[in-house]
Design a protein around this ligand. Sequence first.
Ligand SMILES: [Cu+2]
Length: 499
Amino acid sequence: MSEFQQKVHRDLPPTTVWGYNGTWPGPTIEARSGEPINVNWINRLPPRHLLPIDHSLHGAESSLPEVRTIAHLHGACALPEDDGYPEAWFSAHGEHGPKFNPKPSAYPNCQPATTLWYHDHCLGITRLNVYAGLSGFYLIRDAAEEAFNLPKGEFEIPLMLQDRLFHRDGSLYYPKVVNGPPPHSVWIQEFYGDTICVNGKAMPYLEVEPRRYRFRIVNASNARFYHLRLFESDAAGKILNQSPDVPVFNQIGTDGGLLPAPVDLHFLLIAPAERFDIVIDFSEFAGKSFSLQNDAPAPYTMGGQIAAENVMLFKVTKPLSGKDMSSLPETLVPFEALDAASAVRERMLLVSEKERASDGYVEIGLLGNARWHEPITEDPKAGSTEIWSFVNITGDVHPLHIHLVRFQVLNRQAFDVQAYQQTGKVVLVGHPMPPERNERPAMKDTIKSYPGYVTRVIQRFDLPHGTQAVPGQEFLYVWHCHILEHEDNEMMRPYKVIA
Ligand SMILES: [Cu+2]
């Protein structure tokens, strides 16, 4: 991890960013399922942070070194000491947090082919470290995936979406609250930028051949949701018409790996940290251009902040370099549904915010109505199956992520929020709604928890393959909201798996 300058746009002076191995995003790591690898994360960042720290947030006290990092491999099944626990941070000069592990991180890769991503996870400053540039792709491959004739090589392209604000001199801008009230006079509730960067380039274009491409998309933005559609445009990206005659998105995979069958979509709705593995067939569109446009309100779904529209441009202008031998299979990998009846318990987990009484300003977010430092309340047995039901009484959608596991969405069901606020009881309304077509059957690690709904996920808390554990041994992980401003301000909780 180091600080360097990167050219983000033709018309912008170079931007000082942070990255891994001198690039933002960091290098794409490719691993094979069943073959462990170690990654040695080395901090060579300067002593001063690029962005404004709020020392009143938990874990960001002014007594600590300003620049601290800890990499987390999002979606990986790894032991706690290799998982990038938020208190396992370390500085460039040998200072470190209480959970620090001096050894390289061991990633067992004991999971099927999928799109993972790594990013910083340091307590209290994750939003700033990721915003500065600390994120990258990590792909796991396996024989099942390779048996399909999917587009590969130069026709398989990871796309990391991140919104940013830039000063005229090219430097990154991350706002702080002006004359903010105590206790948080710097922290902002959510960050929204007016410029979408894809793989560290502002509103880029990609020249493609008239053939199939596979795109591995991650929303690595701090808070922004994307609702993406393709529109036919001119070569400069100006939208020509709203014609439905545009390439469709064939979604083949999600957070946890390939779907049982491709799902054809005309839009993609991507919450922070979710991954969409898609195939787009440009073969019928030679000579045309398509603008990838976002129209998701920010915050999602209530709006009120900048809605950045231009994501990137596809220009089908490259000549065909050879016959497209790839195909889109009708079926992919089998889906093993977890039966709700196999769950040993259902946990009702409150997703809430604390507002200041005087003006309703949101001061913190909470999960399970508890702060980060309060005793652990979620303690599943290793190998057991549980249903976690997220009861969202806030006005926003929160993308919730559980470390270690891949879960399945069961359903969403409305509840009476007013009744909850008066009595503390969850009064369900109507029938459960089935998940979206691309949410089930699928393996997920991040799920949209909608306001006024109970969102139910089911998962088995398996430790990494071959873990030697004595009965009663505890394995410490976290679950949290992936809006990074929320995560940094109490919307994260430790949990433990008990052998
Ligand atoms: Cu949140």
